[in-house]
Design a protein around this ligand. Structure first.
Ligand SMILES: *Cc1c(COP(=O)(O)O)cnc(C)c1O
Length: 558
């Protein structure tokens, strides 16, 4: 590349600078250069791939040395920056790698990536259709098709793509608060306490939402979970009765359908029934809003019309039971007033692609603005979501990528993907259950995630876990076992990072022991998401635990 002297006519530089952009009018040579740049990037990345579930190497770094960097003066070439980008990819976990079982992270498909590229080139902003053309239609299409999938009436339903599962929860809770406070809070603010009720296994984003909406986390009510990580209906009813008896306002009941750590699934139908019964009994003017946090669990609705009797896809019987069991609760998603869907979790789409769906689209008017408040917008076109979205600029990438995968997979493809990751998790559970020194913790939550604890020789896993859960006199052992498991997790992690095993993760609080001030119970976690995960990878998980157990000496006396 040509070097530039400091003093130069800007027009000359500008001519060169234009080669940094995709050509705005037909120019096959420049398109060739663009395609070459992408292919050059892929070639360079390819050299970073290995048996390790990560790109290149990951170095433990201190970030301090980077703090003194200055903003560069000179331009760089496209090639130099491409290499810079490749370097920034160093150490990334390859989520699709058969030896990555880390968390609920998608490996995006080629068409969903193409959709992101399309949006990156043409840069649609779905604040209105004037600035997003058919990308806006993609949003409407996704809303319609997802409504059909989960069982909303798409003539009535509505929605909006937003900034993550967190955004979907924010919209859901905001609508519930508007409802209970008469649609006044956009103007008047929140001037009284109203409650958001969720289970102890619900995602921590409820804390963000309560805090950021100005409600305050003190207005969160936490309902204990059953052993299956479901919201306890008895405890919920008890709380609601006490609230209604004392005139407390309940804005939102947050049902979790597919909890992050254990794939716990709340009984949404029973929760909705309970709400309706109590609303009648207490003669409440405004029923609590039910928002379903189904950002992970939504994908299981592709099995709503699967022929479980004939099982045409030929899933293992354990897998069938598991899918059917999950579906039992997820089948009721349409009973929620609103819900959240993360395509970037179980939809195999890049970050960020999250859809907030609402049963009655007119409810979005509760958070709308008058057009006089936005003078430069909405003079053209017919679709103006910017009237009610929290965001102003909103990328067209997320709905287009969602639509790409919906068409790519259909129900059939998603059934195979979800069925496969559950099948692999079932195979893993079967193997772990056969070891007397391993306890699978979420044994009744049949998702792609498996949480388990390992115990030293001479300790029976099942009875030890039972005591950890219930016996206050066993808390010292619980603490020691936590440390032991964390050591095993550490060892497994180090080995996997060297390419000698499967990368798992660790959760420091699978749940709390059940007695007062119970300690957290940690767990090793396998989250299978990759279509490339196979029985070999499953066997490796068990094998590496056995080997780690030999290396890790318990630091305590039995
Ligand atoms: C991941 C997750 C969230 C948060 O979603 P983001 O997309 O990470 O913002 C909320 N609820 C559940 C159950 C989740 O798993």
């Amino acid at each position: 590349m040509k070097q530039f002297r400091i003093r130069q006519y800007y027009q000359e530089i500008l001519e060169h600078l234009k080669t940094y952009f995709p050509a705005p009018v037909s120019n096959p040579i420049m398109d060739g250069y663009f395609a070459h740049t992408m292919s050059n990037f892929l070639d360079r990345i390819d050299r970073l791939k290995s048996a390790k579930p990560l790109l290149g190497i990951r170095q433990e770094k201190s970030y301090e040395s980077r703090l003194s960097q200055c903003f560069p003066t000179e331009m760089k070439s496209v090639e130099t920056v491409t290499q810079l980008l490749v370097d920034y990819c160093q150490g990334m976990i390859v989520w699709a790698h058969p030896n990555a079982q880390v968390n609920v992270v998608s490996s995006p498909t080629i068409p969903s990536i193409t959709a992101f590229i399309a949006a990156a080139i043409y840069n649609p902003n779905i604040i209105e259709d004037e600035t997003s053309a058919r990308f806006a239609e993609a949003e409407i299409d996704a809303i319609a098709m997802l409504s059909d999938l989960i069982g909303y009436d798409s003539q009535q339903s509505g929605g909006v793509f937003t900034f993550g599962g967190t955004g979907t929860l924010l919209y859901g809770c905001k609508l519930g608060i508007e409802k209970i406070l008469g649609g006044q809070t956009m103007r008047e603010g929140i001037r009284e306490d109203v409650k958001i009720v969720a289970s102890a296994a619900s995602h921590y984003t409820r804390l963000n939402v309560a805090g950021w909406l100005g409600l305050g986390t003190k207005n969160l009510v936490t309902i204990p979970t059953t052993r299956d990580n479901e919201m306890s209906l008895i405890a919920l009813e008890k709380y609601l009765r006490q609230a209604f008896d004392t005139g407390e306002k309940v804005a939102v009941i947050l049902a979790t359908l597919g909890s992050t750590d254990a794939f716990g699934i709340d009984d949404l139908a029973a929760i909705a029934q309970l709400r309706d019964r109590l609303v009648k009994e207490y003669n409440l003017e405004q029923p609590p809003w039910i928002h379903a946090d189904s950002v992970i669990g939504w994908a299981w609705t592709v099995f709503r019309d699967y022929d479980f009797d004939n099982n045409p896809l030929g899933f293992h019987s354990r897998t069938l039971r598991s899918l059917q069991d999950s579906l039992q609760h997820i089948n009721s998603l349409h009973l929620a007033d609103s819900l959240g869907i993360d395509f970037h979790k179980t939809g195999y789409v890049p970050y960020i692609s999250s859809l907030f769906l609402v049963k009655q689209r007119q409810d979005l008017m509760l958070i709308g603005r008058e057009s006089e408040q936005m003078p430069y917008l909405y003079h053209f076109g017919h679709y103006h979501p910017g009237n009610y979205t929290l965001e102003c600029s909103r990328s067209g990438a997320s709905p287009l990528a969602a639509v790409a995968n919906i068409h790519l997979f259909g129900k059939q493809g998603y059934r195979v993907l979800i069925g496969h990751i559950v099948e692999m998790a079932e195979m893993l559970r079967e193997r772990l259950e056969a070891c007397p020194f391993i306890q699978v913790l979420n044994d009744y939550n049949y998702g792609p995630v498996t949480l388990f604890r390992v115990y030293p020789d001479g300790i029976d896993a099942e009875s030890a876990f039972e005591r950890e859960l219930n016996d206050p006199n066993y808390h010292a052992q619980l603490q020691q076992h936590n440390a032991y498991n964390q050591q095993i997790s550490q060892l497994v992690h180090e080995r996997a990072m060297r390419g000698e095993g499967v990368l798992l993760s660790w959760t420091s609080t699978y749940r709390y022991a059940r007695y007062a001030n119970g300690l957290p119970i940690g767990a090793l976690k396998s989250f299978i998401m990759s279509p490339w995960t196979d029985l070999k990878a499953v066997d490796t998980v068990v094998q590496q635990i056995l080997e780690a157990r030999i290396q890790v000496k318990p630091v305590f006396s039995l």
